[in-house]
Design a protein around this ligand. Structure first.
Ligand SMILES: [Zn+2]
Length: 315
């Protein structure tokens, strides 16, 4: 499985050593006239790694090569990747804690840590690749706590490669039969979709070509956003069709599906994120956590796409 997380977890790859107090940088080779001197080692409890300690003679400060690491102060850093691997494999947070035999609060902390990291890495990954000339856009619906509090996930995917360019999470009011019950039980719910959609389209300006082809379903609200943010793009709409039982209701029943790249990605997300599976009893309690969970899954999805896998020669 190609699941490579960001390097630098253990302070490797640092060319310079920086004193945390006076913030002066020195080369790692430490010449004799350097104000930083080596000062022994310590063995880290969590992964039994030997870490170099340093001493700044100017400000009398002790520090180590792990001081500036992303995982600084973490007691269970060896679980970070394991939790991320389980979270992209349709395992719920509680099941994850049972499998790894750690507390569920630790799992949440790992989700937050890896999610924030994945968000940065997803941006970097997408910015490295050429800008998309044909994209698909749609909303995927889920809920927080109860079906009376629906949440919408706006998703933009590149045509053909199925690369996730971006997504956004917005609260929305309940529809249909649940609308009245929802208002009675939980009060009026604000519709965040227009604001969040505008934010997503704004972010996408760096990743999508100015004259791109944007494909979507016949939702009347998309038109003005695409016109406002991509005035030179051509917008093509397709009629919604009956969904098949397979593919979590995202794949279509018969014939050629013009929005296949997006629908297939949505089906993958539903299969990979335990809280998005249809008819599940797992629910999202906080949309912010759903956001971080999706970041981990989208990064994993993008890195595992055949077209973007590094060639064997390149290592
Ligand atoms: Zn110093």
């Amino acid at each position: 499985m190609y699941l490579k997380w960001r390097k630098g977890c253990h302070g490797k790859g640092m060319i310079y050593i920086k004193c945390p107090k006076c913030l002066k940088k020195f080369s790692r080779s430490l010449k004799s006239n350097s104000q930083i001197v080596k000062c022994g080692f310590f063995k880290r409890n969590s992964d039994r790694k030997i870490v170099q300690r340093y001493y700044c003679t100017a400000c009398k400060k002790h520090f180590s090569s792990a001081t500036f690491s992303d995982c600084f102060n973490q007691k269970k850093r060896h679980y970070n990747c394991k939790v991320a691997q389980l979270l992209v494999s349709a395992v719920s947070l509680r099941e994850c804690s049972r499998v790894l035999k750690i507390n569920r609060k630790s799992v949440v902390r790992k989700l937050i840590f890896m999610g924030k990291k994945a968000k940065i890495d997803l941006d970097k990954f997408n910015n490295k690749l050429p800008i998309a000339k044909e994209v698909l856009f749609d909303d995927l619906e889920t809920f927080e706590h109860t079906k009376c509090k629906p949440v919408s996930i706006g998703l933009m995917v590149e045509e053909g490669t199925r690369r996730v360019l971006g997504y956004n999470i917005a609260r929305m009011p309940a529809k249909g039969l649940l609308a009245k019950i929802s208002v009675k039980k939980y009060g009026k719910r604000i519709d965040e979709r227009p604001k969040k959609r505008a934010e997503l389209f704004n972010e996408m300006k760096n990743l999508v070509h100015d004259r791109a082809i944007v494909k979507s379903d016949e939702c009347p609200y998309y038109f003005k956003f695409i016109k406002r943010h991509f005035p030179n793009a051509s917008h093509i709409t397709f009629k919604g069709r009956a969904s098949a039982i397979v593919g979590q209701g995202e794949l279509k029943k018969v014939g050629f599906d013009p929005l296949f790249s997006l629908n297939h990605t949505c089906a993958t997300l539903r299969a990979r994120v335990s809280r998005l599976i249809r008819r599940t009893w797992n629910t999202t309690k906080k949309p912010e956590r759903l956001d971080l969970h999706l970041a981990i899954v989208c990064l994993f999805h993008n890195r595992n796409l055949k077209s973007y896998l590094p060639s064997p020669a390149a290592g």
